[in-house]
Write a protein that binds this ligand. Structure first.
Ligand code: HEC
Length: 162
């Protein structure tokens, strides 16, 4: 019984912040949801996939030092906390609607988000504030990056050439 009460209190405390924040700004809760199901944490939050999502929200979207290497060179998921907090809401929506990025960033998916969802993402990331270091700089294809990095295989034999 005591344990159950403790557990409930713990869980309540965990969500209390989000509930309080969403009361102040309903877009924050929606933004957290969009970021979660949009898969942004998979690359932009260190350890998120490995820990099955058990990373405190305050540590979300700070970018990662894990590089993604392929024919495009080596790219690093940017620190979205710093990136988005530097922009106005209008600038973020315009940037996201025209987003261009190297693989494996799914820019095409972000470009198709509704303005309302992009607005929600903005309010959520704004509520978290800037945090963390910048991700390492892009490394061109002819240069070997420092580990750690994920190596993509080359195109399979017989694949259509660009
Ligand atoms: C599969 C990994 C992956 C996922 C999933 C992912 N990103 Fe990225 N993202 C990256 C990488 C890598 C870069 C850096 C690309 C580059 O260097 O051109 C990046 C860059 C970005 C940029 C900066 C683009 C620029 O150069 O101006 C934004 C904004 C961004 N991501 C937003 C998002 C959002 C929002 C989501 C969730 C909907 C998301 N990303 C999901 C890997 C990912």
């Amino acid at each position: 019984m005591v344990l159950a009460v403790c557990g409930a209190a713990g869980a309540g405390m965990g969500t209390g912040v989000a509930v309080a924040a969403s009361k102040a700004d309903p877009l924050v809760a929606r933004g957290k949801y969009v970021v979660t199901i949009g898969g942004c944490n998979d690359c932009h939050t260190a350890g998120y996939a490995q820990k099955d999502g058990k990373v405190p929200v305050k540590d979300w979207l700070e970018g990662d030092i894990l590089g993604w290497r392929g024919e495009w060179g080596t790219t690093y998921p940017v620190n979205l906390r710093n990136y988005i907090n530097k922009l106005t809401e209008k600038q973020w929506i315009a940037t996201a609607k025209n987003l261009k990025a190297r693989p494996p960033m799914p820019a095409a998916n972000v470009r198709q988000m509704t303005e309302q969802d992009l607005k929600a993402v903005y309010h959520f990331v704004k509520s978290l504030g800037p945090a963390g270091n910048e991700a390492p700089a892009y490394v061109p294809p002819d240069k070997t990056p420092n580990p750690p990095f994920v190596q993509f295989p080359g195109p399979p034999p017989g694949a259509p050439q660009k």
